[in-house]
Design a protein around this ligand. Structure first.
Ligand SMILES: CC(C)(COP(=O)(O)OP(=O)(O)OC[C@H]1O[C@@H](n2cnc3c(N)ncnc32)[C@H](O)[C@@H]1OP(=O)(O)O)[C@@H](O)C(=O)NCCC(=O)NCCS
Length: 285
């Protein structure tokens, strides 16, 4: 039972949400460090080492440094003291309660307008923001992709600017690296196709894995994780994606994950097949 109740103004709520997002990010990193422990392995870092790591992370990431160091360090202090059934999936509002006590948030603010610091953990993969050097690698992968995979190559500056916002869902756009054992093996994203505005609650998805990571089940895991997260956290009602009719790998992944073939469309002067899943279909699959 909390002793104090906050009644923040909308502007204060925005600041609190940022603090919560930073604290949750730090917490989830700490949880990830601990999840790698097993008998015989050295202990995961304690508070002092984690504080040093936080200082380094703030130096490398301006968005983290823009937040409160006190709040971020408090997440590390709380980490060993708060019992948590599954510390890798700290929900967004739960961490507001850990850090600030109960905060009354206004109805309807949670879902689509913007979600920061997205990090989605699966059994093998983590979907997370791209690191700076991965943005250049992503650009190289984009310009050297096989014909038919990329619908339309964007200009370099806007592509890189977009990836610098990775990890944040804003106006239907969210770019994430697909991370296996700390290394990015590809990207998954939601985007708004040019000239085809999406209805509220509809998200279009794209995915691309490095050549050497294909055919090992990662596409399937990444798409299932992302689909789950969009329904659970981002207020999605419909999730869809189009692909080249000849892209057997992508079409098989859609089918295996449980999406439905929803027809075809002409875009960028070509025919595409569209796959889709709705909230109801996903929940009852
Ligand atoms: C398309 C892509 C995301 C698929 O991911 P993936 O990790 O290679 O696929 P998975 O290993 O998860 O395979 C899932 C299923 O598809 C099948 N599959 C994968 N590649 C296949 C291929 N080339 N031909 C036929 N089936 C294939 C797998 O056998 C598996 O089926 P199963 O569950 O019965 O074993 C990945 O190959 C990729 O990034 N390709 C290049 C970029 C691209 O085409 N992106 C899509 C643009 S719309």
């Amino acid at each position: 039972m909390s002793r104090y109740r906050l009644h923040p103004t909308p502007a204060q709520q925005a600041v609190l949400r940022d603090h919560c997002g930073h604290a949750r990010y730090i917490w989830n990193l700490a949880a990830e460090q601990h999840s790698h422990w097993h008998p015989g392995r050295r202990n995961a870092p304690g508070y002092l080492e984690q504080s040093r790591q936080l200082t380094a992370a703030r130096a490398e990431n301006p968005w983290l440094a823009a937040g409160s160091q006190t709040v971020q360090q408090q997440a590390l202090r709380d980490f060993p003291t708060v019992p948590w059934p599954n510390p890798l999936t700290v929900p967004q509002e739960a961490h507001c309660q850990v850090i600030f006590g109960t905060v009354d948030l206004q109805d309807g603010q949670d879902a689509t307008p913007g979600i920061r610091d997205v990090r989605i953990c699966g059994s093998q993969l983590v979907l997370r923001a791209l690191r700076p050097r991965e943005i250049d690698e992503a650009w190289q992968a984009m310009v050297t992709a096989a014909p038919g995979v990329i619908a339309e190559v964007p200009d370099e500056a806007s592509f890189k600017a977009r990836l610098q916002r990775s990890g944040h869902l804003e106006h239907g756009w969210l770019d994430l690296a697909i991370d296996l054992d700390g290394v990015s093996i590809g990207r998954i994203q939601t985007f708004v196709p040019p000239g085809r505005p999406l209805s509220p609650g509809t998200f279009d998805v794209g995915i691309d894995l490095r050549d050497d990571a294909r055919g090992r089940g990662y596409g399937r895991e990444a798409l299932a994780l992302f689909t789950d997260w969009l329904f659970e956290r981002a207020g999605a009602e419909v999730i869809e994606a189009s692909t080249d009719p000849a892209n057997v790998a992508m079409r098989t992944v859609f089918q295996r994950v449980g999406w439905q073939l929803a027809g075809s469309l002409t875009e960028f002067g070509r025919e595409w097949v569209m796959y889709r899943t709705t909230r109801l279909e996903w929940e009852t699959r």
